[in-house]
Ligand binder design. Structure first.
Ligand SMILES: NC(=O)c1ccc[n+]([C@@H]2O[C@H](COP(=O)([O-])OP(=O)(O)OC[C@H]3O[C@@H](n4cnc5c(N)ncnc54)[C@H](OP(=O)(O)O)[C@@H]3O)[C@@H](O)[C@H]2O)c1
Length: 227
């Protein structure tokens, strides 16, 4: 990263790997269109907060899901999310479905999933015709062992009537397209259209603490360890 353009740490976050999966996942795999209703889980994290901002720049309605009031305020007041939901206050499928119905009365066109579990089950209830479901991460499932996922309602039949698509997205698939991304996102950052925050832990010894913190939601946006 050219330090004249942006601080070097942005190469790890808002202009780095998380941005790549946000940018190409949303625009290319997600075929984002103006005025789409977009739901983002893990919305205050490094990937999610970039997705929220790109979708707003592209004139979409954005609903962000996160786990603390501070993060919800950040999403609304600083990143411009149109609606926010605290998943810790809407733990059951019924509660999350009801909250999503209020936030997205016309249904959901794009779901950018960083979390999985109940949130994803609830989104399936509300997907629109030709909705695009993007599986970027499943952080709620990592600690249970990914081969034995939580049991719960499954709504794959909703894909049938809606002709929706579901696609896994990986940052590394777009490794050779950084210049293309930076050509659009670099100016957004310079113009102040893209905002970013970093949570920085000092010292190599704090690596395990930083990693554990990601599962506890202690970071807003990119978690960085400075060695
Ligand atoms: N596909 C790819 O190429 C790619 C690349 C990078 C990351 N990822 C994945 O994308 C997701 C987000 O990554 P990131 O770098 O943005 O992470 P991050 O900045 O560390 O954000 C993670 C956030 O997820 C939330 N979270 C943690 N456990 C949760 C749970 N059980 N239920 C709901 N929310 C939970 C926490 O915020 P709250 O306070 O809101 O709970 C936490 O701060 C992860 O699943 C990661 O594995 C995928």
């Amino acid at each position: 990263m050219d330090p004249e353009v942006a601080p070097i740490s942005t190469a790890l976050g808002i202009l780095g790997m998380p941005a790549r999966v946000a940018y190409f996942g949303l625009l290319e795999a997600g075929k984002l269109k103006k005025e789409d209703t977009v739901v983002v889980s893990g919305a205050a994290g490094a990937v999610g907060s970039t997705v929220v901002q790109i979708a707003k720049i592209k004139a979409c309605k954005v609903i962000g899901i996160a786990g603390t009031q501070e993060k919800l305020d950040y999403l609304t007041n600083e990143l411009g999310a149109d609606a926010v939901i605290n998943y810790k206050e809407n733990k059951s499928l019924e509660e999350m479905t009801a909250a999503l119905k209020i936030a997205a009365p016309n249904g959901i066109d794009v779901y950018y999933d960083n979390v999985g579990g109940v949130i994803t089950d609830a989104v399936f209830n509300l997907i629109n015709y030709k909705a695009r479901i993007l599986i970027c991460g499943q952080i709620s499932q990592y600690n249970h062992g990914l081969e034995t996922p939580e049991m719960g309602p499954r709504f794959l039949h909703k894909m049938l009537y809606t002709r929706a698509t579901i696609q896994g997205i990986l940052s590394r698939d777009y490794n050779d397209r950084m210049e293309e991304m930076l050509a659009e996102m670099g100016p957004w950052l310079k113009e102040g259209k893209l905002k970013y925050k970093e949570t920085i832990e000092e010292g190599f010894n704090n690596l395990p603490k930083a990693l554990a913190g990601m599962f506890e939601g202690v970071n807003t946006r990119k978690m960085i360890v400075r060695v």
